[in-house]
Ligand binder design. Structure first.
Ligand code: NAD
Length: 364
């Protein structure tokens, strides 16, 4: 029986609530599919920093990096700031430490979920560059000033080459599941030098991958098309801050952050977390939608399964995805999707959909 070491960081606000749901679903998947996940749980959170001043360190991340994957809830509380006035976010530090160059954010319109635009089908993957771009200067030394503050946007050829290769690979893999297989770069090369380089490298990589269609829009026009005509997008790839914003616009189109999973990956490391934050406004009320976290856990199984060539994990991920789709279609639904079900009720429904799929005869 295959055994994997998973680091769990529940974090702040609704993070621990939705992580608990994901662990229950992973528990059921382990029983059904016969693999084992051994968890090591770490309490890195803004709340811990507030109480003790303790932050995640490079040594912590070296230790955590030995595990097979990281399952992360959400971290950050708006009123907890470090000495530079910035929020605490181990996710940002892990992206830099493990050089997680791509944040994969699938955006799919599920049957039964109220959506914000008129579209029959929305099925895209937003790939946000996560190791440089507008966040590149985050660790620069700054002299604090009340008069001026600067952030730096840096794009390197090496990161772009890896990022775009990943985007074309993802488009090819998605094409097998029925999507058109198209990569679109959203950029701002008309005004930003860093984006001139980004566009140049994109054209070079596209020229080597002519079996996959490619297109480009300026980020401003592309944002409009995303809302007016989302069907034209398949894989979207963009700079760090543009990708951050784009992926949340896209999530808004298909029912909001409660259904938007994500995976921050490099070739060797993966951190799996919902796109949403700690949602302090609903923490402790039992209203958090666990769907994005459960789908992120399924992404973790799929990524691990493909990396280790373990088809059992890939099958378990498909089963979890199917159970979530069934619950979204039939209910119960949480408040963010127009229902009134609690986090526990949605989790229980996913668990029973998983169990009933396991008892169906093959091919049913
Ligand atoms: P947020 O994503 O936490 O919440 C935005 C809105 O979406 C809120 O109204 C919230 O109630 C709702 N929402 C989010 N997730 C939901 C879910 N699963 N079910 C139902 N509703 C949900 O964003 P924010 O309010 O801008 O940020 C809150 C904190 O989270 C901040 O401290 C921020 O820095 C942090 N944050 C962390 C991450 C991360 O850990 N990766 C990402 C974004 C924000």
């Amino acid at each position: 029986m295959a055994n994997y070491e998973i680091t769990v960081i529940p974090g702040d606000g609704i993070g621990p609530e939705v992580v608990d749901s994901a662990l229950q679903v992973l528990g059921e998947a382990q029983k059904q599919f016969g693999f084992t996940l051994d968890y090591a749980t770490y309490d890195f959170s803004a709340e811990l920093y507030r109480r003790t001043g303790r932050k995640i360190t490079a040594a912590d991340m070296d230790e955590i990096g030995k595990s097979d994957a990281v399952l992360f809830g959400a971290m950050g509380l708006p009123d907890v700031r470090d000495e530079e006035g910035l929020e605490l976010g181990a996710q940002v530090q892990m992206r830099a430490h493990y050089k997680l160059f791509a944040s994969l954010r699938p955006v799919k319109l599920f049957e039964g979920v109220p959506n914000a635009v008129r579209a029959e089908k929305i099925d895209m993957l937003v790939i946000r560059e996560t190791s440089e771009g507008m966040f590149a200067g985050l660790h620069d030394k700054h002299e604090p000033s009340d008069e001026e503050a600067t952030d730096r946007m840096t794009i390197t050829r090496a990161t772009c080459e890896t990022l775009f290769a990943e985007a074309f690979d993802q488009a090819r893999a998605r094409r097998k599941r029925g999507t058109p297989g198209r990569v679109t770069l959203l950029h701002k090369s008309n005004a930003l030098r860093s984006n001139v380089l980004m566009e140049k490298v994109f054209d070079e990589v596209a020229a080597k991958n002519t079996d996959v269609e490619s297109s480009k829009y300026y980020i401003d026009a592309g944002s409009m098309y995303m809302v007016t005509d989302p069907g034209r997008f398949d894989v979207i790839v963009s700079e760090n801050i543009f990708g951050d914003i784009t992926s949340e616009i896209a999530a808004g189109l298909v029912g909001g952050l409660g259904v938007a999973p994500s995976a921050d990956v490099s070739r060797t490391h993966g951190v799996f977390q919902p796109s949403h934050g700690s949602a302090p406004d609903i923490a402790g009320t039992g209203k958090a939608n666990p769907t994005a976290m459960i789908l992120s856990a399924a992404m973790m199984l799929e990524w691990l399964g493909e990396k280790r060539e373990d088809a059992v994990l890939v099958d378990a991920a498909s089963s979890i995805n199917a159970a979530v789709e069934k619950v979204l279609a039939t209910g119960p639904r949480s408040a963010d999707l127009g229902g009134s079900a609690s986090t526990d009720e949605v989790t229980d429904a996913v668990l029973s959909a998983l169990r009933s799929a396991a008892t169906l005869p093959a091919g049913a």
